[in-house]
Design a protein around this ligand. Structure first.
Ligand SMILES: [Zn+2]
Length: 231
């Protein structure tokens, strides 16, 4: 009996040690399929699943390190390979490994001038430079990077001030942004902002850098009002 117990325990210990390491080093894969779901402009959607929050943005005890830290976005509950949707028209600016965030997709939305990052993806279906509409599937949920289980990390950053915006408050505003976007004035302003962005893109980080490359903690900002961002 004793000898059986001695041989089983190291095996269990080895399995437990192996699991997080594998999850951490898996670098995701590219899905070239273009999937777009028609989304109504006036409905509040979430980027993945039902929008169930498993960890809020702001200060918290980190589930992996056990230490207090600043959580730059909201964690949304998801199942492996659940579709992750883009909710506002924008330009894909960065795709790939991003340190603690694992496999991440970043999108610049000229209106209301924010950058949106979805992290811990299992797969991605966009490439930098692509223009993505509302309803486009940009990736699939996973557990890459520093993560304890499948979920999607969703961060929203004001592009002009680099301030974090509370992501759930932001999602509530999206239908208002979509209304503002319908005007031709808005369409022209967007074209102009995309040109400006291309001239001065954020400095790129090597694709498999271990840094998550996010702005340092700044005072949080409320989501911009649909009239506040100058067109
Ligand atoms: Zn998170």
């Amino acid at each position: 009996m004793k000898s059986a117990g001695r041989s089983v325990l190291p095996v269990i210990a080895a399995l437990l040690l192996a699991l997080p390491a594998e999850a951490y080093y898996f670098q995701g894969y590219y899905v070239p399929m273009v999937l777009v779901s028609p989304m109504r402009d006036d409905v509040i959607y979430t980027p993945v699943g039902l929008g169930i929050v498993s960890s809020k943005a702001g200060f918290r005890i980190h589930p992996v390190t056990g230490k207090g830290d600043f959580h730059s976005g909201v964690d949304l509950a998801a199942r492996l390979n659940d579709k992750v949707y883009n909710l506002l028209p924008g330009l894909v600016t960065r795709v790939g490994w991003r340190g603690n965030l694992g496999v991440a997709v970043e999108i610049y939305c000229p209106y209301p001038n924010v950058r949106i990052i979805c992290g811990h993806l299992n797969a991605y279906s966009v490439q930098p430079g692509m223009w993505v509409q509302r309803g486009r599937v940009i990736g699939y949920a996973g557990s890459t990077g520093r993560s304890t289980g499948v979920h999607v990390h969703y961060t929203v950053i004001r592009h002009d001030t680099n301030q974090y915006i509370e992501p759930m408050a932001f999602l509530l505003q999206v239908p208002k942004y979509m209304t503002a976007l319908r005007t031709s004035q808005a369409q022209q302003a967007i074209a102009h902002k995309v040109e400006e962005f291309k001239k001065a893109p954020p400095k790129p980080e090597p694709k498999d850098s271990d840094k998550d490359d996010l702005p340092s903690k700044t005072p949080e900002s409320a989501p911009p009002d649909a009239g506040e961002i100058p067109l």
